[in-house]
Design a protein around this ligand. Structure first.
Ligand SMILES: NC(=O)c1ccc[n+]([C@@H]2O[C@H](COP(=O)([O-])OP(=O)(O)OC[C@H]3O[C@@H](n4cnc5c(N)ncnc54)[C@H](OP(=O)(O)O)[C@@H]3O)[C@@H](O)[C@H]2O)c1
Length: 226
């Protein structure tokens, strides 16, 4: 299979690269800033193609020419948290921060799918949008975190619309929550390692027929109400 992953230079995205390579797939790994780890993997694996794409920008013709005619799985993983500490409190959140987080966490996954739509295997293609349970309003008991919560909620809804729109083409869309994962995004706090999160989410993708398209599913397979 051809697997396309955004934000693949580090963290969970890099974990997906390692996972799909180790299972014998061909991986198209998108990075924004140069990643020594991704470059080192590409030296060792002929099945790894690394391509630069800041997902807030339209894809260039050169980028599109580097892609295969058919893509089986798209993983929209790239994301940012936005201002840290109390920077997303009611008092401190700014319109600029809201726009920046929305641009990367909500709008960019839509751009990625619009860009790749014609190459997605039909029927049989899968789109996995990496959101967060922080985008679930039923999970929100602590408030705050305006930009990240709202942008991940928007992604859940965008993902649901994609699921409905692409169903007639046999393309299945799912939204994933990686768990609280030890990456840079959470200052390497968190409850689980990247490999556990990725193994779990890859298993959800593998068993996607068990879920309703557009569901928000955690790395442990549990469906999260939103
Ligand atoms: N870690 C958690 O506990 C957790 C929980 C729930 C959801 N998530 C979600 O899981 C996904 C991965 O998070 P992570 O923990 O691996 O975060 P991370 O370690 O901070 O990595 C984020 C990745 O996104 C890329 N990225 C950011 N903006 C981009 C842009 N404009 N264009 C292309 N790539 C961009 C980064 O690239 P650069 O290296 O170039 O910055 C990096 O590869 C995110 O969507 C995040 O919201 C994470």
């Amino acid at each position: 299979m051809n697997v396309f992953i955004t934000g693949a230079g580090r963290g969970i995205g890099l974990g997906f690269v390692v996972h799909y390579l180790s299972h014998g797939h061909t991986v198209y790994a998108c990075y924004r800033n140069d990643s020594d780890e991704l470059a080192a993997l590409a030296e060792k694996h002929n099945d790894l193609n690394i391509v630069q794409w800041d997902v807030t920008l339209p894809a260039t013709e050169h980028f599109l020419q580097s892609l295969p005619a058919q893509i089986d799985i798209v993983i929209n993983n790239a994301g940012i948290y936005g201002p840290r500490k109390d920077g997303q409190s009611l008092k401190k959140i700014t319109a600029e921060a809201m726009h920046e987080v929305f641009d990367i966490d909500s709008v960019a996954p839509l751009r990625v799918v619009q860009t790749l739509h014609s190459r997605l295997r039909s029927p049989g293609g899968i789109i996995a949008n990496i959101s967060s349970k922080m985008g679930s309003s039923s999970d929100n008991s602590s408030g705050g975190t305006y930009a990240y919560r709202a942008a991940k909620a928007a992604l859940i809804i965008i993902s649901k619309s994609m699921a409905v729109d692409l169903a007639p083409e046999g393309i299945t869309v799912i939204t994933l929550h990686p768990g609280w994962v030890r990456t840079d995004m959470v200052d390497f706090t968190g409850l689980i390692d990247v490999s556990d999160s990725v193994e779990g989410m890859a298993s959800v993708i593998e068993n996607i027929e068990e879920y309703t398209p557009g569901d928000l599913v955690a790395y442990d397979g549990k469906v999260i109400p939103y």
